[in-house]
Design a protein around this ligand. Sequence first.
Ligand SMILES: [Zn+2]
Ligand SMILES: [Zn+2]
Length: 399
Amino acid sequence: MGSLLRPVDLVNQPLGFQERYKILQKLFTQLQKAYAHSKRTNMDLERLATRLEVHVAKNSLSGQSYKFNMSILLRDILKYKGDLSKVKINGRPLKGSKPSSNTGPIFTRSQAMEALKALILDVKALEKNGYIVEELQKESNDECDTQLYVPCLRCNTNFKKIDIMENALCRFHPLKKIYNRETRCHLYPCCGETTNSVSFLRLGCKTSHHHVYRGESYSDLCKISEFSSSAHIDGVENVLSLDCEMAFTSLGYEMIRLTIVDFFTGETLFDHVIQPVGEIVDLNSDFSGVHEIDQTKCPTYREAIGMFLSENLINKNSILIGHGLENDLNVMRIFHNKVIDTAVLYSKTKFKVSLKNLAFEFLSRKIQNGEHDSSQDAIATMDVVKVKIGVSPSQKIWE
Ligand SMILES: [Zn+2]
Ligand SMILES: [Zn+2]
């Protein structure tokens, strides 16, 4: 059996890998029969089988419908003697037998707008997914909670918020622990220590002089600075994809870089490292990719907001695209309600799918290997939405 014959990894698999693998082999054998007298090599057929199988897997909502669609496909391949133009999956013809990368239909701007508007989250979905909705905040008017102590996000020690800039010993693991079923304990991928270890290193392979926290409630965020609303900004109806990088400061968790990309031209409209309001505790460089903030060059948070809340960037008519965009809007501290969120679009449970996985599955693009890059992430998020509505990520000209 050929080496290429292996099901493509999918975020939402209709069936387990082993079962898909067996069916893929059957499909390959069937193609060999159908093309016995053609010039196609086994390698060609392996590629074709892999492509057909992933197409069926993506178009089947359950294991049962996957098996059903596959049995029809296996039958039709022989019935039509390998003529794939006659084969249908879920009642729809296969769009040619080539991968549909750059050959999609050309959309007009208004067709794309219509498709995008159908993906905008309603208020209920916004609330359910952690968005802070302006109208609801005005009503609730929650009393400021005066939490003096908070647990450190890294080492779980309770510490006094106002003492955050004083020296402390924070011992932690930078990467999340993973459960290992065989040894029945958790492993830290950063250093290889386990929760069963007797070494003091199990408490953490990294140390810092400060604890860190992240205030996520509306009143916590307001303490850093008030929210601004896009509702007061008139401007063009644009579609913008955005992504922030964050860091720990004396006031909690703040934005330190923002990238905004235009959906239609693919152009980067805004990309700045930004000075946070609070004093920097840790730039989180391993993740944020930001290693320094030059105070003579980088805009302050106030200056930045004056730049990105404007008639040509984020205004009341903008449609904003992001992955887990509630985190970005919260650290930007803006209210905006026309939102498309790829984490919501593609997550079926409360565990949200990662952008890294979506980019790999839908764009065959590897991102976030190591430090994150808000520019790369904003573009990947935008392209995932393009693929979702059937627009080619390479389309730059619109009528
Ligand atoms: Zn570690
Ligand atoms: Zn700590």
